[in-house]
Design a protein around this ligand. Sequence first.
Ligand code: SF4
Length: 115
Amino acid sequence: MEVKKLICVECPMGCNVEVVMEGSDIKNVTGFSCVRGKNYATAEVVNPLRVITTTIKTLDGRIVPVKTDMPVPKKDMAALIEKIKAVKVDGQIKVGQILYKDLCIGANLIATKNC
Ligand code: SF4
């Protein structure tokens, strides 16, 4: 048995959650104060997800802050960053505008600032 210790980041309470694993099977989850914490810890040990936040450059050299509109698998982040670096955009860009549709598992790349 292996115990993975996590701090839940779903709210500012920061509960200390422990997940007991046997191989890849989850045997027990303790320390959470609500179901969000249990779900977070379970996902974190099985398939951790993260929102990607970065910038891209327009064809005329402006810097556009961007992010994925939902979390994507952490294990794929390096490949997705490379994919994002290759995105070509131009013209007026509005906050929330989709700059790359379905980057990964249905997550779009969106602008986070007017540019
Ligand atoms: S378990 Fe619930 S209360 Fe605790 S940090 Fe996570 S979301 Fe907040």
